[in-house]
Design a protein around this ligand. Structure first.
Ligand code: DOR
Ligand code: ZN
Length: 434
């Protein structure tokens, strides 16, 4: 069926300012973009779905390059079925999924299995990320060429650091032959120790073991230096401290091939959120300080921080319903990211709408060399329609994600995805998955 989106503000991902236009989608692609498209004429006797997007934003579908779909092996937390529905509900048309599953995605057969399940059960596009080391143990490299032939778009041992610098160096050297970015989970295990939150005032008050900012920054510095040495591409996952932002900023100035992403939670919550011992605030890297938030926002604004990625990390209620020290790290993000970022970044004037789309769609596509991130004639119609004015309250029970582990329960947000279109097909309309 054809879809005609009328009167929206089109932000096309080209870097140009949004403009008022109508969009015709046919056969899965964007067929026409024009100031005015006539309904009768465009229908040409066929069925056409007309979408009134007056007052709404029409943008390239959001792309989240850091998602844990948990399949295979941890289906009690999330599945590709539930995770891609959560993604579509959040306005995402594509996600890249991390390989810390059981077993890990460290060989071609597992990559292909993830893709086969995604093709059968997913409602968004799914791009697997392969493990850097076998079994994610940080010792022996996987077969990058095989993983790429199977379809991986990047490599990462996310969830764990590769502590051995010689292994990371080899990984970076090896990755160049395939032009695959290495996504670094920057955490010095020894310094992080058994920490469960940011090391500082609140960890002292609460009597919880702390993770110092330096545990992240040392490894950001190491991986930047290794990228310089090898001339390979590194992407820093979930950057969370002021010091890390400065390291990336200086590295970019020197021409080192480094990009970075930040999670919505690190932009809106400080370590003080842990004060009620809500285990949904337990995340790795941990929530930091107001000065870190300010530095992360400044990094987004000046281009040091390229992308916003959720690190959507679903866990069961049983697992999260333990003492703070024992609960697993991670929080869900797919269904709150857009509303949080509109409310915290766009409405206060830190980012323009165009910049938000750049951080949540254009740049994520660029970093992993994925299709999308643009509304182009004759390219696949992966589109999100955003209502910028709607006010809503976060309710985890209404999530499509199996993971209800959000620290944002009850938050009042402004702005929401109202329609998600993947390959020219409406997969989400007003919160309903079709
Ligand atoms: O909080 C986190 N949860 N951080 C990670 O790096 C991994 C993730 C997970 O897989 O649960
Ligand atoms: Zn992660």
């Amino acid at each position: 069926m054809k879809i005609l989106i009328k009167n929206g503000l089109v932000i096309d991902g080209s870097g140009n300012k949004g403009y008022q236009a109508d969009l015709l989608i046919n056969n899965g692609v964007v067929e026409k973009i024009a100031e005015h498209l006539d309904i009768e004429f465009e229908a040409g006797g066929e069925d056409v779905k007309i979408v009134d997007a007056k007052g709404k934003i029409v943008a390239p579908g959001l792309i989240d390059i850091h998602v844990h779909l948990r399949e295979p092996g941890q289906e009690a937390k999330e599945t590709i079925y539930s995770g891609t529905r959560a993604a579509a509900n959040g306005g995402f048309t594509a996600v890249a999924c991390m390989p810390n599953t059981e077993p890990a995605v460290d060989n071609r057969a597992t990559v292909e299995m993830v893709q086969a399940i995604a093709a059968r059960e997913g409602v968004t596009k799914v791009y697997p990320i392969g493990a850097i080391t076998k079994g994610r143990t940080g010792k022996e490299l996987t077969e990058f060429g095989d993983l790429q032939a199977g379809g991986v778009k990047a490599l990462s041992d996310d969830g764990d650091e590769i502590m051995r610098s010689d292994v990371m160096r080899r990984a970076l050297e090896y990755s160049k032959a395939f032009d695959l970015p290495i996504i670094c989970h920057c955490e010095d295990n020894d310094l992080a120790g058994n920490g469960v939150m940011n090391e500082g005032y609140w960890s002292t008050i609460l009597g919880l073991a702390g993770i110092p900012a330096l545990a992240e920054e040392l490894m950001v510095a190491r991986d930047i230096e290794l990228a310089r040495l090898t001339n390979a591409r590194v992407h820093i996952a979930h950057i969370s401290t002021k010091g890390s932002v400065e390291l990336v900023r200086q590295a970019k100035k020197k021409g080192i091939k480094v990009t970075a992403e930040v999670g919505p939670h690190h932009l809106v919550l400080t370590e003080a959120a842990v004060a009620n011992y809500d285990t949904n605030t337990k995340v790795n890297p941990p929530l930091r300080l107001k000065e870190d938030i300010d530095a992360l926002i400044a990094g987004l604004v000046d281009g040091t921080v390229d992308a916003i990625a959720t690190d959507h990390a679903p866990h069961t209620e049983e697992e999260k319903n333990q003492e703070y020290a024992y609960a697993p790290f991670g929080l869900v993000g797919l269904e709150t990211a857009l509303g949080l970022m509109i409310s915290a970044l766009v409405i206060p004037g830190h980012l323009t709408w165009e910049q938000l789309i750049e951080k949540m769609s254009v740049n994520p596509a660029k970093i992993l060399a994925l299709p999308g991130g643009k509304i182009n004639l004759n390219s696949p119609a992966d589109i999100v329609i955003i209502n910028p004015d709607i006010k809503w309250t976060v309710d985890a029970q209404a999530f499509y994600s199996q993971g209800k582990n959000t620290p944002f329960q009850g938050w009042e947000l402004q702005g929401k995805a109202e329609m998600t279109i993947v390959n020219g097909k409406v997969v989400m309309e007003e919160g309903k998955i079709l």
